[in-house]
Ligand binder design. Structure first.
Ligand SMILES: NC(=O)c1ccc[n+]([C@@H]2O[C@H](COP(=O)([O-])OP(=O)(O)OC[C@H]3O[C@@H](n4cnc5c(N)ncnc54)[C@H](OP(=O)(O)O)[C@@H]3O)[C@@H](O)[C@H]2O)c1
Length: 344
């Protein structure tokens, strides 16, 4: 089969993991990489075998044919870069969160639909074999009705003391200009970076909530350090979605069903395993998966390849409407909690 050509914009942490996974897909080829720094692009291209290295995002497409571009820059740049690529007719897989707010996501989706060009938010968890198996069990009625969901995601952000009001600033304050987790100008905070995963899980299994109640602890600059979202879904079913950058949490999920429950092991959002918990007297039934060397990004990449090759303009498992529904909730959570970004 003709190799599928990927380009990557923004060569940071996640770009590296994605490129490692692309190398595991026999018919995928990373052909072009774009960075704000030509030296970084050249080093990355050499490491991953891309033939074209560009010192600007615009120049990334002046080399070989690109079948899809993976946008791996901070949240605040997603809207503009995605729209520019879509308007050039280039299919896009853009990192989560697709945009900073619902207005941005809506605009991106409208451009994709108007241009009839592929767009998908890189909600990689949706494509993991563990997620597919879990959904298969739920759809097969194994746990009965999903009655309630509780999930979390937390880690301690680097240089967190700078965002805590009680802290005394060290003699030399760290440079946060490239710290996208803490920097408001880069869309920092827990909700958009990691809170998106618990929220995804609840909407994936219970649908868009009818009622949302959110509380958050904000830094002085207005980003969220700790956010709790309780949602009421159809039939009054609740989901409890927690994210924090104050410290490590278990990062697990419990899906409570009317006949049995599922315990998704830490860290549930990435290559992981889960247990089926029936009654107290029955030992848990464990489901393990062999992800090989994959970081977990190959599955979303393969989905994009299949979609674009088939001429589809969106993915059926993570539709544009799913992104819109997710960002409707995240934006409402931001409204209730006061999370704010200087560029809005
Ligand atoms: N799916 C996942 O598991 C996952 C995990 C982590 C992050 N993410 C998402 O991926 C995106 C990037 O996260 P990351 O952890 O890879 O971030 P990162 O390590 O900071 O890298 C982001 C890259 O974007 C480029 N960039 C463009 N404008 C920038 C700016 N104003 N400030 C800093 N960098 C800028 C830089 O690359 P160049 O200088 O080379 O252009 C930078 O290296 C985020 O939206 C995040 O939510 C997803």
């Amino acid at each position: 089969m003709t190799p599928f050509h990927f380009a990557i914009l923004g060569l940071g942490n996640i770009a590296r993991k994605f490129a490692e996974d692309l190398a595991l897909i026999p018919d995928a080829k990373l052909v072009a990489v774009g960075s704000q720094s030509l030296a970084r692009a050249e080093a990355f291209a050499q490491e991953f075998g891309a033939v074209h290295a560009a010192g600007s995002y615009a120049d990334t497409f002046s080399g070989p044919r690109v079948d899809a571009v993976y946008i791996a820059t901070p949240h605040v740049t997603h809207r503009e870069l995605t729209i520019r690529c879509l308007q050039r007719g280039i299919p896009v897989i853009c990192e989560k969160p697709l945009g900073l707010n619902l207005a941005e996501v809506t605009e991106m989706v409208e451009v994709a639909r108007a241009e009839k060009v592929y767009l998908m938010e890189a909600l990689w968890t949706r494509f993991l074999p563990s997620t597919l198996k879990l959904k298969e069990l739920i759809d097969g009625g194994v746990i009965g009705d999903v009655e309630s969901i509780r999930s979390d995601f937390g880690f301690r952000a680097k240089d967190l003391h700078t965002a805590l009001p009680s802290s005394t600033a060290p003699a030399a304050a760290p440079d946060l200009s490239r710290n996208r987790i803490l920097n408001p100008a880069l869309g920092g905070g827990a909700l958009l970076d990691i809170g998106i995963y618990p929220q995804f899980l609840s909407q994936f299994l219970l649908g868009e909530p009818a009622e949302i109640r959110a509380t958050a602890r904000l830094s002085a600059a207005g980003i969220d350090l700790d956010t709790q979202v309780t949602c009421r879904h159809a039939h009054g079913r609740l989901s409890h979605n927690y994210s924090t950058i104050l410290g490590r949490t278990k990062t697990e999920a419990l899906i409570i069903g009317s006949k049995a429950s599922l315990h998704w092991h830490p860290r549930w959002h990435e290559p992981s395993s889960f247990s089926l918990l029936r009654d107290q007297d029955t030992p848990p039934e464990n489901f393990y998966f062999d992800f090989g060397e994959a970081n977990g990004y190959r599955y979303e990449a393969e989905a994009v390849m299949a979609d674009v090759r088939a001429g589809r303009t969106e993915n059926e498992w993570w539709r544009l409407e799913d992104s819109l529904a997710l960002h409707r909730t995240l934006t409402e959570v931001r409204r209730q909690t006061g999370i704010r970004y200087p560029q809005e």
